[in-house]
Design a protein around this ligand. Sequence first.
Ligand code: AMP
Ligand code: MG
Length: 345
Amino acid sequence: MQTRLLSPGPDALALAARLLNDGALVAFPTETVYGLGANALNPDAVRSIFEAKGRPADNPLIVHIYDRAQLEPLCTVPERAPLLMDAFWPGPLTMLFPRKSTIPDIVTAGLPTVAIRMPSHPVAAAMLEACRLPIAAPSANLSGRPSPTTAAHVMEDMSGKIPLILDGGPCDVGLESTVLDLCHGRPVILRPGGVTKGMLEEVLGEEVELAGSILRPLKPDEKALSPGMRYRHYAPKGTVTLVEGDDKRVVETMRSLCLKDLSGGKKSCVLCFSEHVDQLSGCFPHDMGSRRDEKEVAHRLFDILRALDQEGMETVYSEVLPPEEVGLAVMNRLGRAASFKTIRI
Ligand code: AMP
Ligand code: MG
């Protein structure tokens, strides 16, 4: 199959709508990452998402809508949800709702809840409106690879497997949506993202919990609240090690570890904040953005993780952000890229 990469004018959007209604897959930009969409009401179409990504069948998908009127046939809406929709939709917040039987089992991996989001990206909104369907869409990467934040990333992973990619330029947030469970008593963040714990608490007026495994691996007998957390994810092929502690010593430690690997013949580099690039010259520094701008770090992260593979890096040493607000979302992804391997100094 030839994969067309089109800028999202009226003809491309009409083509996307036709393909989606015919049960085909379309990759499209959102404000978080690129999605790989199919008609959520067509189980065969949804199955082809799992095939194209190599995604485990027990990892459920997020359903994307453009209008709240689409919710009624799909799910029931918990009492607190409209408050959050008013505040954060359209935007990078996914909520779990008790599902109705119109949603095929394959979308939710048989779970009683369905994850729903209304993206704010104008191309995503226009495509959803043009096809008039709820669209099931995970990130448009091969399973296990960093999520795509440009159309070129999608092409790397999906070329020859899908008929169309809509190119909307680089994604704004650059990390996947916040996933919030409102169905089981106290609200719980299953996956941190651009809509933070503090932002949710301010609107809800109550405490929001964080799922235990956001900053550590799942224990062998621990049940994953969100099935996606079970899987190796965001991981480059090389070994990533996080280095945490006093600023000056972190830079010194990363420098000496990287130089030692380089002199032993390994391909090695560091991921550091803009403030430290000069001090780490000679260590192939990858600039993650200013440490004072966590949103910029989020925006750059997946592109950097993908570049590490292209460069054939075998060992990578990375600075860390405080795990708060958007920094929590960054550290969840970076932590998993490192399998949470950390040197504390
Ligand atoms: P992705 O589509 O790649 O952004 O991943 C979607 C994330 O949402 C995965 O971590 C899923 O496990 C999670 N998810 C989707 N639906 C549900 C659900 N019904 N219950 C819990 N987690 C879900
Ligand atoms: Mg994904």
